[in-house]
Design a protein around this ligand. Structure first.
Ligand SMILES: CC(=O)SCCNC(=O)CCNC(=O)[C@H](O)C(C)(C)COP(=O)(O)OP(=O)(O)OC[C@H]1O[C@@H](n2cnc3c(N)ncnc32)[C@H](O)[C@@H]1OP(=O)(O)O
Ligand SMILES: O=C([O-])CC(=O)C(=O)O
Length: 453
């Protein structure tokens, strides 16, 4: 009954629901709900006024400049820059593990927080500090080990982060009643360090519980943050696997503040919820298939396509047909498109370079390469997809599976381990700047109809 009542209300409201049910082929349902004004997102900057308001309210807030993030800035064509440095510059300039060519992700944490490239000695000291803080409390271990194994690893990660919340220095200090506003950032930094130290230990424990019958590999204090995480996963003890893990964690660390995981972390943090509450919320956002879970979905799509090919060499023609079938079934093609980027994601390009140098003949890598040629024209032909090019998720799973991490349900957890660096750095800066509680204004459809002519 309630469902019918809601439907009745929608049908009589300005929201043209009936049309949303069956948009004409090739047409964006979101264009149909706009009763006036130019249809293209991004046009609002050129067409201010009523249309702007209408579009901002229903358009996923695309393009609105209303947040501050000191840590990174995204250019639609060039991609992300950490503190003004492109990812390739970060690769070149950040300290490396012995014998490795990959900029260390924990060095990017230092960069995001400080706008400085740390020295080798500083990264060594940071790693020592992270190792000191990395142990999980016994009750958290008990909780994680008791979660049913078929619970999605992202759910387990969010639960583990919430279980760690009582360890928050910010929470304790705030409760004590003596914490001054000017000191918020310092205890937030303490929490950032401890959360970043613990998250790979927690993530590896979840992996081994679910996929390794609970056989755990102890943390190795002689290894760097990401190399140690790779080691604890226990799928491959080669230096190359450590390197691809370092690369993955360096590339996914930050993507300015408006993406779902960073924005959610920021929003929850703006209520002065501590870093554990805030990042757990961000992790829940990352678990959505339009955001971080796309890496899982993308590998699943590639594996299905590979199986359907039954040994046939992938060709652009075959992949074009598969892509069209996916669209015709009403699904998105994971790993392609972006809310802000309007070009191939540089994170994809850097991973592609790693693939070409290390395993160009891997069957899924070859398939992904054909996708790169076949899928953008299919998406472009819809006439509605703003960015037909691949994003980071189109290749990250392919890289991991080559080294034996082929449990795609786990992939978004690796993303989350990395995103802890950017999200917690942003929390520190939000408290440093004394940013207020976030509270935008919403309106009703009726208000919109009456006020936007
Ligand atoms: C780390 C990251 O989070 S990167 C993004 C990871 N997500 C994915 O790879 C999932 C596939 N991609 C998508 O769904 C989208 O491109 C998003 C969510 C990333 C961006 O969404 P938007 O900013 O709304 O994209 P855009 O403005 O181009 O969307 C216009 C239309 O094209 C569709 N579209 C966009 N990308 C795709 C795609 N890859 N496959 C099919 N349709 C797509 C949208 O669903 C939308 O359709 P609708 O109006 O009928 O609802
Ligand atoms: O920026 C976005 O909206 C999504 C993304 O690529 C990320 O968060 O890494």
């Amino acid at each position: 009954m309630l469902k019918h009542a809601v439907r009745r209300n929608m049908e009589t409201s300005p929201w043209e629901t009936r049309r949303l049910d069956s948009p004409p082929p090739q047409q964006s349902s979101r264009r149909l709900v706009q009763k006036q004004g130019p249809a293209k997102r991004g046009d609002f900057e050129k067409a201010p006024g009523a249309y702007t308001l209408h579009w901002l309210c229903i358009g996923g807030m695309r393009g609105i400049k209303c947040m501050i993030s000191e840590t990174s800035l995204l250019d639609p064509m060039e991609g992300i820059r950490y503190r003004g440095r492109t990812l390739q510059e970060c690769m070149d300039q950040l300290p490396k593990a012995p014998g490795s060519k990959i900029g260390l992700p924990e060095a990017s944490f230092w960069l995001l927080l400080t706008d400085e490239i740390p020295t080798d000695a500083e990264v060594k000291a940071l790693n020592e500090e992270l190792h000191k803080r990395s142990a999980l409390p016994a009750d958290v271990v008990k909780l994680i080990d008791s979660i049913p194994k078929d619970t999605h690893p992202m759910t387990q990660l969010a639960m583990g982060l919430l279980a760690l919340q009582p360890t928050s220095e910010f929470g304790k200090a705030y409760r004590s009643g003596t914490l001054k506003k000017s000191e918020y950032w310092q205890v937030t930094l303490e929490d950032a360090l401890s959360l970043v130290a613990k998250v790979p230990i927690l993530a590896a424990r979840i992996f081994c519980n679910v996929f390794k019958d609970g056989k755990h590999i102890p943390s190795d204090p002689s290894l760097d943050w990401a190399g140690n995480y790779a080691n604890m996963l226990g799928v491959n003890d080669s230096d190359k696997f450590k390197d691809i893990t370092r690369l993955y964690l360096m590339l996914h660390a930050d993507h300015e503040a408006g993406n779902v995981s960073a924005h959610t972390t920021h929003l929850v943090g703006s209520a002065l919820s501590d870093s554990y509450y805030s990042f757990a919320a961000g992790v829940c956002g990352l678990a959505g298939p339009l955001h971080g879970l796309a890496n899982q979905e993308c590998l699943r799509w590639l594996k299905n396509t590979h199986a359907t090919l039954k040994g046939q060499e992938p060709t652009v023609e075959l992949l074009t047909d598969f892509a069209k079938e996916t669209l015709a079934s009403g699904k998105v093609i994971p790993g392609f498109g972006h809310g802000v980027l309007r070009n191939t994601d540089p994170r994809y390009t850097i991973q592609r370079q790693f693939v070409q140098e290390n395993f160009p003949d891997d069957p899924l890598a070859k398939l992904a390469e054909v996708c790169f040629q076949a899928i953008p024209p299919v998406l472009e032909a819809t006439g509605k997809v703003k960015n037909p090019w691949p994003n980071v998720d189109a290749l990250s799973g392919t890289c991991m599976q080559h080294y034996g991490l082929d449990q795609e349900d786990y992939y978004t957890v690796v993303f989350a381990v990395s995103r802890a660096l950017g999200c917690t750095s942003n929390l520190v800066w939000s408290r440093l700047m004394g940013l207020p509680i976030e509270r935008p204004k919403s309106v009703t459809l009726d208000w919109l109809s009456k006020n936007v002519k």
